[in-house]
Design a protein around this ligand. Structure first.
Ligand code: SF4
Length: 65
């Protein structure tokens, strides 16, 4: 399973550096061209079942399961 970024994302960039798996890219690299940050599901392991680092840092509560 992987975390997912929703349309609540304001592209602040805070989550990118927090991800230990380097699974997150900015809106300029979103594979579907959406104006959101993006989590590559094949890289995200939900931080091994702990509270995911990106969720803790997101100011918009934009990251969900
Ligand atoms: S921390 Fe939240 S609002 Fe900021 S870029 Fe990441 S998903 Fe978007």
């Amino acid at each position: 399973m992987a975390m997912r970024i929703t349309e609540e994302c304001i592209n602040c960039g805070a989550c990118i550096d927090e991800c230990p798996n380097m699974a997150i890219v900015g809106e300029d690299k979103h594979p579907d061209g959406e104006d959101l940050h993006y989590i590559f599901p094949d890289k995200c392991d939900e931080c091994g079942g702990t509270s995911p680092a990106c969720v803790d840092v997101c100011p918009s509560d934009a990251i969900v399961k």
